[in-house]
Design a protein around this ligand. Structure first.
Ligand SMILES: Cc1cc2nc3c(=O)[nH]c(=O)nc-3n(C[C@H](O)[C@H](O)[C@H](O)COP(=O)(O)OP(=O)(O)OC[C@H]3O[C@@H](n4cnc5c(N)ncnc54)[C@H](O)[C@@H]3O)c2cc1C
Length: 430
């Protein structure tokens, strides 16, 4: 089990409650911030040293932004919050009887525990596909996908055989949700605009980009007219959209479909998610996606001091809450307020109520769809709105400026500044 670590903020007394927050994503960070004035000692534990702004990861994966534009050290974000301590460690287990969190080498005691460990890709029982069909979740995933896309063009330039060249210039994206659509649109722009003039033996604009969706339409969370708009816009960008098409397996040379096969060098997985193993740590009831079933105050039934939020939770009486950033932030804020009220001896806030802000997705350069209540925006107006929202939510002032400047520059010049191929592992070398 290792030794016990008791972390304490600056100039704080022993009598204060210990709040442990696992995960510094959207939910966990918001919980920590909303406890900034509470008389508690907070320990934020994350296996990464940075908070990642996942909505812009696809721009790193397609060389529009650099990793440092979309991720920030957690320590830096919480540097001014004196009651918060940050630990970089992987949580392995929770002992709910002794109230201890087990990290690699030590145990952390808690009075209140907030689990905000997010979700990861689901390969529907075929984890062996992960190697050939990476998903997009972390910075490492984005740089790996970027490397594969760029290397595919380089290898195609070298290929002597026409069929092999064709396979190298085919990109299969599995899953027609927001991430799949964003990736397909962005890869098409890499091929048709950014790289168009850079090669001599191949014509990058002939690259085949195929978006494969098992359901009858892409972007099923949007109303039918907007989902059709997205399909048409992708088609104009040269993306082939295959709906009602199930992928039955992935290998190093392409994907096998329920009816036929698609040879492709680059496969990107954007088809399913599964929650972190928090339910297993707590031995708690969960849904099919592994999300812990929580009550109206986001606590785990039977454990009034343990809360699960964000992508790891399903609120039993509000089952339709999407796995996106706004609900994770709202849940984090709510739990912070609730704990602050309890330690101060005040009345707890009313049950958590999710407020849906709307749906947005970009389809590439100057095109996006936005649905906010009855308001629907598409095209350039939609993209402008999407850009403003994403820049607004970026954490540091410098990053807001850098991202805005990089986008503006790319927009004017069609360039993608982050096109470096680095750290190629032996398995991906020629
Ligand atoms: C590619 C992509 C694009 C997206 N685009 C959008 C979008 O446009 N709009 C939108 O609203 N949402 C989007 N989402 C979804 C959104 O990012 C998630 O819903 C949101 O991040 C969930 O927040 P969370 O706090 O639950 O988890 P996360 O933000 O995923 O944070 C979980 C944290 O827990 C840490 N962690 C996990 N396990 C452990 C462990 N065992 N020990 C220690 N630390 C651990 C992780 O390192 C991570 O920092 C996107 C997601 C992805 C992957």
């Amino acid at each position: 089990m290792g030794h016990e670590i008791v972390t304490r903020g600056h100039c704080l007394s022993d009598a204060r409650s210990k709040v442990v927050i696992i995960g510094a994503g959207f939910g966990g960070l918001e919980a920590a911030k909303s406890l900034r004035r509470a008389r508690v000692d907070i320990t934020v534990i994350d296996r990464q040293n940075h908070h990642c702004f996942q909505p812009l990861l696809y721009q790193v994966a397609t060389a529009a932004l650099s990793p440092a534009d979309v991720a920030w050290p957690i320590r830096h974000i919480l540097r001014k919050q004196q009651n918060a301590t940050v630990l970089m460690a992987e949580v392995r287990a929770v002992d709910t009887g002794k109230r201890l969190v087990q990290i690699d080498s030590a145990r952390i005691p808690y009075d209140y525990l907030v689990l905000a460990t997010g979700a990861t890709h689901s390969y529907f029982g075929h984890d062996e596909w992960a190697e050939v069909a990476p998903g997009l979740k972390r910075i490492e995933d984005a740089t790996r996908i970027r490397r594969r896309i760029l290397i595919a063009f380089e290898r195609a330039e070298l290929a002597a055989d026409a069929a092999e060249r064709r396979r190298l210039l085919t990109f299969a994206i599995v899953g027609g949700g927001a991430t799949g659509v964003e990736m397909a649109g962005a890869i098409s722009e890499v091929a048709r605009q950014s790289l168009a003039m850079d090669f001599r033996r191949i014509d990058p604009t002939t690259a085949r980009i195929v978006l494969i969706e098992a359901g009858p339409r892409i972007m099923p969370a949007l109303p039918e007219n907007l989902s059709e708009y997205v399909r048409r816009t992708l088609a104009k960008k040269g993306v082939e959209v295959m709906t009602s098409t199930r992928v039955v397996s992935c290998d190093a040379h392409g994907v096998a479909l329920a009816h036929g096969r698609l040879d492709a060098d680059t496969i990107i997985w954007a088809a399913g998610v599964v929650a972190s193993p928090a339910a297993r740590w707590l031995d708690a009831e969960h849904d099919r996606a592994g999300r812990v079933k929580v009550g109206a105050d986001l606590s785990v039934p039977g454990y009034p001091d343990i809360f699960v939020i964000g992508d790891t939770a399903v609120v039993t009486d509000q089952p339709g809450i999407p796995g996106t950033a706004p609900p994770a932030k709202q849940m984090g804020h709510y739990v912070g307020r609730l704990i602050a009220a309890r330690v101060a001896g005040r009345r707890s806030p009313p049950p958590f109520l999710y407020r849906h802000m709307g749906d947005l997705a970009t389809i590439g350069r100057h095109d996006a769809v936005v649905k906010l209540g009855r308001l629907e925006l598409t095209g350039f107006l939609g993209w402008l709105f999407w850009s403003l929202v994403h820049i607004y939510f970026l954490i540091g002032v410098r990053d807001r400026f850098m991202v805005a400047f990089t986008w503006l520059w790319d927009y004017v010049t069609f360039q993608r500044g982050a096109r470096l191929i680095t750290e190629v592992p032996p398995a991906e070398r020629n």
